[in-house]
Design a binder for this molecule. Structure first.
Ligand SMILES: *Cc1c(COP(=O)(O)O)cnc(C)c1O
Length: 367
């Protein structure tokens, strides 16, 4: 049996007629950047997030960068970022001129560790970027409390967490700004690059929209210099079609994750993702931990099961951040995780037979 890590084509087959028709419509209308389709998606996605404003941008990395920039973060400021995330979270900080401050993660939720976060605050800390890694929300009550106490901005990296909740509340309840990626493999994926910034702050959203469109509101009235980071109409139209299915797809992800955990939960020396009723985990990725990770990955590959490692090198250990002169001991949890984590195939169309096959291969190998 051949099982991919994600299967974007399987999903397309299910919605092909709707997708093909909107794409043809956008092309026949010839309005490719912004416009009605993007506006419609922005309204729908803003309301999906429970927020008043949504601005479509070019991709998730730009969403983070533009959010930081429009909050006035720059030279001389420090921004706290978890050590185990995709590099984009940290890149956005450097790009706006501020300094990246890495913080270790929690050994169970894999999201930012609150104690280490507290220890990393300085007078220069201007923002925190919690990442809802793999779809599991960070401990936002604790982060919000810290942010309020020290007047620090929160930019939530929601690239892996479309629809995640805490205590039944949407993520916007816990912070100023949500940044999303619609990279094709994300829980809500475009057919190309796209991203969005969601906020309840009307003035901020106007500023963001202006900055993302060359610093202008209308054609040539550039009030400031900005960047070119706009959502294109084909992506907006595709995302509107897919958004209708997102809640169903998320429920399917959760069901599959529950099945995996039921099968794999009792294997010795292997841990399954933290599942706690307070957090709605949307399982962008289903990540297990094993001391025999590399051998297990090879074995699964030989049996036709493709897996991933998110991420194989924790950010402070990358060549790109050598200048920060960290040693692995500075981030013990992230450092251990990078050698033990393994992402199993997970997409809404993954059927029971495949889930059982994957778990059987794992159980056979580990026992
Ligand atoms: C995918 C991702 C991003 C970046 O999104 P792009 O749309 O690829 O630029 C940022 N942060 C995290 C955690 C991601 O997974």
């Amino acid at each position: 049996m051949e099982i991919p890590l994600v299967d974007i084509k399987a999903q397309y087959e299910l919605i092909k007629s709707e997708i093909d028709s909107v794409v043809a419509q956008v092309i026949s209308e010839g309005a490719f950047i912004g416009g009605e389709y993007v506006k419609k998606f922005e309204e729908e996605f803003g309301s999906f997030c429970g927020a008043r404003n949504c601005v479509g941008v070019g991709n998730g990395t730009d969403a983070l960068f533009i959010a930081l920039k429009c909050l006035g973060i720059g030279q001389g400021d420090e921004v706290i970022v978890p050590a185990n995330t995709f590099i984009a979270t940290a890149e956005a900080v450097t790009l706006c001129g501020a300094k990246v401050v890495f913080v270790d993660c929690d050994s169970e939720s894999y999201t930012i560790n609150i104690e280490s976060l507290n220890e990393s605050l300085t007078a220069k800390t201007q923002a925190i970027i919690p990442v809802h890694l793999y779809g599991h929300p960070a401990d936002m009550s604790a982060i919000r409390e810290i942010a309020n106490r020290f007047q620090i901005k929160i930019i939530q990296d929601c690239a892996q967490a479309h629809g995640a909740e805490i205590n039944g509340n949407k993520l916007i309840e816990y912070g100023d700004i949500l940044c999303f990626s619609f990279y094709p493999g994300k829980n809500l994926g475009a057919y190309g690059d796209a991203g969005a910034i969601v906020t309840n702050d009307e003035d901020l959203s106007i500023k963001i929209r202006k900055f993302a469109n060359h610093g202008r509101i209308s054609k040539y009235d550039h009030e400031i210099e900005g960047v070119n980071s706009r959502m294109d109409a084909i992506q907006g139209a595709i995302l509107s079609v897919k958004l209708k299915y997102l809640s169903d797809w998320t429920e399917k992800r959760i069901e599959i994750a529950k099945k995996y955990s039921a099968y794999l939960g009792s294997i010795e020396n292997t841990s399954t993702p933290l599942c706690c009723s307070r957090f709605k985990h949307v399982y962008h990725l289903y990540v297990i931990r094993s001391k025999k990770r590399d051998a297990l990955k090879d074995h699964l590959y030989k049996k036709g099961v493709l897996t991933g490692i998110h991420y194989p090198v924790s950010l402070p250990n990358l060549e790109a951040y050598k200048y920060l002169q960290h040693s692995p001991e500075d981030f013990p949890v992230s450092n251990q995780l990078q050698n033990e984590i393994l992402s199993l195939p997970l997409y809404p169309e993954l059927d029971d037979e495949k889930v059982e096959y994957v778990t059987r291969v794992i159980i056979d190998f580990l026992s």
